[in-house]
Design a protein around this ligand. Structure first.
Ligand SMILES: Nc1ncnc2c1ncn2[C@@H]1O[C@H](COP(=O)(O)OP(=O)(O)OP(=O)(O)O)[C@@H](O)[C@H]1O
Ligand code: SF4
Ligand SMILES: [Mg+2]
Length: 422
């Protein structure tokens, strides 16, 4: 059966998304500009969650009777980031780069195969399911697909009430009242608690998913592409709702998206992911006006809403050709090299480290630089102890480069080619 379209299935609710609000005219960026102001990056905000060198490998097994392990899908391969209390970090990248897997590993829907996820003084990676139960209240997830993430056989009341019951959040006789309050908070009619998901449009279903994630009063929500399945005008409404909720309840967000316009509005800090790794991370202003990684530059040039302001004023489109390679057998050296217009010999031989190049800016590229201003020689060679072709240089003294989840007050100045402490 075909999925109902956003505009076809609006129930007669008083305070729901108005019917007929399909994409027409203004872009998401324009719609968002007219509404809430994006939050500012606060470098001094304390961290609520710290992800350090997180790995999520899935085993690949041979076919046949004895299913031997023959490799790994390295879906997430050593990512580090820190989410400030009540703040939000965007995680962006093409399909298949590992965003959802990272979100599921952070919320412990998967058991990570490496690294740590510190929430307060506890490492979620090390906890047993029993130890995790109380912490699950604090860390919730909104799922990518509002159609498949709600059980069609359960009423809205049962869906939103389930976490309340499991965690004994309210006395049994008050569950309905709490469900109705939550429906109201997300802009749905509280009287619709006994309806079923198929009676709602995509935008309304996503609001139901949001209400479910709010039920336990979380401190952090991992929102996995919460609007990508929705029409543009509905996307703007749901993003505004999330921003309002963030302010009202002081919730921190890891906001996953492949659309740079969406995260630009929601997140003061953004990490760009490629094939299981973070390749660039920066505060919003820096990332959009001075991206230094060829992949970020290509993503920005492809985003119609943001390309004017981004990539140093250059407006031509940088085309990304080919597919994201398989995470079972990623390219040697830099994983982006098979699609990178700047790739040289060193890129196949040596993996570029994620190095800090400004107060709140890290990038992983041997030829890091603003578009049209990339250096001729690799900026990383000396610190890695190799020559410009990536061969070991016996005379060099490699520098230890730490990939910490936080930003340091010392960084590598690309022009001076040395570490600076302003
Ligand atoms: N349970 C699993 N077992 C094996 N491989 C998996 C599993 N889940 C994801 N993968 C693989 O890991 C890689 C990353 O997948 P993931 O769903 O995290 O990407 P994504 O960035 O969220 O993509 P999209 O934008 O399409 O949602 C893909 O190659 C995918 O096939
Ligand atoms: S390290 Fe080389 S291949 Fe990788 S992004 Fe930089 S220039 Fe391109
Ligand atoms: Mg995904």
């Amino acid at each position: 059966m075909a999925e109902p379209h956003e505009s076809q299935t609006e129930p007669a609710a008083d305070n729901t998304v108005p019917a007929g609000d399909v994409a027409a005219g203004p872009s998401l960026e324009e719609l968002l500009k007219q509404s809430n102001k994006p939050a500012k990056f606060d470098p001094d905000a304390p961290s609520i969650l710290t992800v350090d060198n997180l790995e999520m490998y899935f085993p690949v097994r041979s076919t046949g009777v004895i299913r031997r392990k023959i490799g790994d899908v390295k879906a997430v391969d050593g990512i580090s980031l820190s989410i400030p209390r009540g703040g939000s970090v965007g995680l962006v990248g093409e399909s298949g780069c590992g965003k959802s897997t990272a979100g599921r590993a952070i919320t412990r829907l998967y058991k990570p195969t490496g690294g740590s996820v510190k929430f307060g003084d506890r490492d979620l990676v090390q906890l047993s399911n029993r130890e995790l139960k109380p912490l699950r209240r604090d860390v919730q997830m909104i799922f990518q697909d509002p159609y498949s993430s709600l059980n069609p056989r359960h009423s809205v009341g049962a869906i939103i009430g389930a976490p309340l019951r499991i965690h004994n959040m309210v006395p049994k006789n008050q569950t309905l009242k709490r469900v109705q309050e939550l429906l109201e908070v997300v802009g749905l009619n509280p009287e619709h608690y006994n309806r079923y998901p198929n009676e709602f449009s995509g935008g309304q279903r996503q609001r139901i998913g949001i209400a479910r994630s709010l039920a336990l009063q979380p401190k952090l929500i991992v929102a996995d592409e919460p609007v990508s399945a929705l029409d543009v005008s509905i996307q703007a409404q749901v993003i505004n709702l999330l921003q309002d909720l963030q302010k009202e309840f002081d919730i921190a967000f890891l906001f996953i998206a492949h659309d740079l316009a969406v995260v630009r509005h929601f997140c003061p800090q953004i990490a760009v992911m490629y094939l299981g790794k973070i390749v660039e991370i920066a505060d919003r202003e820096t990332l959009y006006s001075r991206p230094n990684h060829p992949y970020t530059q290509a993503l920005l040039s492809a985003a119609p809403d943001v390309k004017q302001a981004a990539i140093g004023g250059r407006r031509e489109r940088i085309r990304l050709t080919g597919e994201v390679p398989s995470p079972i057998n990623p390219p040697s050296g830099c994983r982006f090299r098979t699609r990178c217009p700047l790739a040289r010999e060193i890129c196949a031989k040596v993996e570029p480290p994620l190095m800090q190049i400004g107060p709140h800016h890290k990038v992983a590229c041997h030829f890091a630089g603003e578009l049209g201003n990339q250096p001729h020689d690799p900026v990383t060679a000396r610190m890695l102890g190799v020559d410009n072709s990536g061969n070991p240089d016996p005379g060099a003294t490699p520098t230890q480069i730490e990939d910490s989840p936080e930003f340091s007050d010392v960084w590598f100045d690309l022009k001076e080619r040395r570490t600076v402490k302003p």
